[in-house]
Design a protein around this ligand. Structure first.
Ligand SMILES: Nc1ncnc2c1ncn2[C@@H]1O[C@H](COP(=O)(O)OP(=O)(O)OP(=O)(O)O)[C@@H](O)[C@H]1O
Ligand SMILES: [Mg+2]
Length: 314
């Protein structure tokens, strides 16, 4: 589970392998100025990459660009060695909970089935098998008894697992997870991380964004730091340093060593001005987001409530 430095070589990818995802000098974003600028990134088969960066740094945008849901404005993006067009089906995606429309009338079972029926819309007789597969996955994730509930009637951790189940029933080779452990308790977070490790050992390539620096420092062999472009990319021992964290978050974060692994004594859950480094007094325009969970969204477990960016928007 842990990745002390001497084990890092076990995760070194095969030098002859072709990248699963390759971005070359990619600029991407929405209308107007790009959010991502000059991003160079190679994700190799079997990689398990933690994506760090402050709020607004483009983590969600990067994951959605790889999915083909955000337009590439400049540069080149290849997924499975193919220029990206309609390749969305080959990647499983677990969206950030804050971006989901919770008013959409849909049950847990229906959400999980979405991961499957899309690819087999023409073969209705597969439905029974598909439903069994969906139920197996839900059992495995501990949400087997929640199938008939509306997705809104679940705890944050249960919701995370519903969307994880949806991504997993399609047996993806590439799994893109947007803050899969945000707002869940320590035990659930550990369960999710163990499950992801099992999947990774079974050959699934994983990229997950998170604000939990210590979770990625302890669990993952490779960390990519983003702030509009890639600020750092490497193993935790190289990336988790006060100097790099300052560059990424614009905040001073003491790093201590624990059993040979770097740990940050404080997490950066606040808005940072990209250029200046001073925390912003006001929150950037966030009106495009779905206003969900705003009053129930739990704070990070080791962060005082007033430091969490959700609170800044209240
Ligand atoms: N659909 C959209 N249309 C226009 N701008 C957007 C859209 N989604 C995000 N943005 C903007 O792009 C920038 C990057 O947003 P993104 O969601 O990728 O950040 P993030 O790193 O995922 O942040 P967080 O940690 O808060 O989830 C922000 O300035 C945001 O306001
Ligand atoms: Mg995000």
């Amino acid at each position: 589970m842990l990745h002390p430095p001497e084990l890092e070589h076990l995760h070194r990818p095969d030098p002859d392998a072709k990248p699963v995802v390759e971005l070359r000098n990619v600029s991407a974003g929405y209308s107007g100025a790009p959010v991502l600028n000059g991003v160079d990134l190679k994700i190799m088969p079997g990689d398990f990459v933690g994506l760090l960066g402050p709020s607004g740094s483009g983590k969600t945008t990067l994951l959605r660009t790889i999915l083909g849901a955000v337009p590439v404005q400049d540069g080149e993006l290849k997924v499975h060695n193919t220029p990206l067009r309609a390749r969305r089906a080959s990647a499983g995606y677990v969206p950030q909970l804050e971006t989901i429309d919770w008013n959409f009338p849909v049950t847990v079972e229906e959400v999980v089935m979405m991961g499957r029926t899309m690819s087999n819309a023409w073969f209705p007789w597969f439905r029974k098998q598909e439903r069994e597969l969906a139920h197996d996955m839900m059992e495995r994730l501990g949400i087997g008894n929640l199938g008939k509930r509306h997705i809104r009637q679940l705890s944050g951790g249960q919701q995370q697992r519903v969307f994880l189940a949806r991504a997993l029933v399609s047996s993806p080779e590439l799994l893109l997870l947007d803050e899969p452990t945000a707002g869940v308790d320590v035990k659930t977070r550990d369960d999710v991380m163990h499950l992801l490790h099992d999947l990774n050992h079974a050959g699934v390539t994983i990229i997950m964004s998170t604000h939990e620096i210590n979770t990625v420092a302890v669990h993952l062999p490779r960390i990519v730091c983003l702030n509009g472009s890639i600020v750092a990319d490497g193993p935790p021992n190289r990336v988790i340093s006060p100097h790099i964290l300052w560059e990424v978050y614009g905040a001073e974060m003491p790093v201590i060593q624990y059993h040979g692994m770097p740990m940050v004594a404080e997490s950066a859950h606040f808005w940072i001005d990209r250029n200046g480094g001073e925390p912003l007094a006001t929150v950037p325009d966030d009106s495009h987001r779905e206003p969900i969970l705003s009053h129930t969204h739990p704070t990070g477990d080791n962060v005082p409530a007033h430091h969490h960016h959700q609170d800044a928007s209240d």
